[in-house]
Design a binder for this molecule. Structure first.
Ligand code: NAP
Length: 273
């Protein structure tokens, strides 16, 4: 039985926990530390599993003292991560891996507050974890064992897919691309709704058409992971899509916008580190 101590069961921690209960398979015990009882309980109650034990503590004093912890997963807001880890040092054993999903909190600053020699893994999941479709990017400190990497892979594949990065610097662009990425698609969807409403479509129709379009595009990309091929497939010469794409892509407008967005998010991630 592997015990995972989850610290913080908010949006992302709660999504991970739901995925783990549903998909991680047998052999896990999850102990959840979160002062916000309502958030933690809703994550725990939404999925049930006979083979997995889950318990919730609202303060660290409630965590069983004799716990043998395979991994501590920190999912608090970035500013609270160091204090949260610093207050839990008694639960680290030599084989305990520290996994942080906090944006902009470096391996070095995680090592500063954890016992010497702790294997530290940063993972940047995304909110797709709420529906089992997170794309997560991970980076492990050099003292992380194959078994610990395997555990991280198992946990994050329970909520989607995990890709290992070659160096920690790559996590800034991964954060900008996939960590923050769902919000960009939501913003594009909002813009398409607003513009088509201004052009006369009734609001409910605009919303249904815009959301249905994004969902279908996502499913098509999942089935055929070739965006260029799909774009060409739906574009007839001189047709309406060709006209729309010409406006979108002229003078590299879209590329410039995307570059500005990804670089701004990546620079913010560097600033936070
Ligand atoms: N949301 C995303 O799309 C996303 C994507 C990738 C990574 N992340 C990372 O995920 C982390 C969490 O983000 P979130 O959006 O899930 O935040 P959130 O909804 O605020 O969840 C954080 C949870 O941690 C609890 N908490 C605070 N201090 C704690 C402590 N010392 N011990 C245990 N629990 C504590 C909070 O309780 P209270 O509510 O009472 O404060 C809250 O329930 C962040 O570091 C973020 O960078 C988020």
């Amino acid at each position: 039985m592997k015990t995972i101590l989850l610290v913080g069961a908010g949006h992302m921690g709660g999504a991970l926990l739901r995925g783990w209960i549903k998909n991680a398979g047998p052999g896990f015990r999850f102990v959840v530390l979160d002062p916000n009882a309502a958030k933690a309980q809703s994550a725990i109650a939404s999925e049930t599993s006979e083979s997995i034990e889950v318990s919730h503590c609202i303060a660290k004093e409630e965590i069983p003292r004799d716990l043998e912890v395979a991994a501590i997963v920190v999912a608090t807001k970035p500013a609270l991560v160091q204090d949260a880890i610093g207050s839990l040092t008694q639960f680290f054993q030599p084989t305990t891996a520290l996994i942080s999903i906090a944006a902009g909190v470096s391996v070095a600053s995680l090592q500063e507050v954890s016992p010497a020699g702790t294997a530290v893994v940063r993972v940047m999941p995304n909110i797709g974890a709420m529906v089992g479709h997170s794309v997560s990017a991970g980076f492990a400190s050099s003292n992380t064992s194959q078994e610990q990497r395997g555990l991280v892979t198992r946990l994050f594949e329970a909520v989607g897919q995990l890709t290992w990065l070659e160096n920690e610097g790559q996590i800034h662009m991964a954060t900008a691309l996939s960590g923050s990425g769902p919000a960009y698609y939501f913003a594009v969807c909002e813009a398409m709704i607003a513009v088509s409403e201004q052009a006369g479509l009734p609001p409910l129709i605009a919303k249904a058409l815009a959301i249905g379009t994004v969902t279908a595009a996502g499913e098509l990309l999942d089935a055929t992971p070739e965006p260029e091929h799909l774009r060409e497939m739906v574009t007839s010469p001189n047709g309406t899509t060709a006209a729309g794409l010409e406006a979108l892509l002229c003078s590299k407008t879209l590329n410039d916008l995307v570059r500005r967005a990804l670089i701004a998010a990546s620079e913010r991630s560097i600033e936070l580190s």
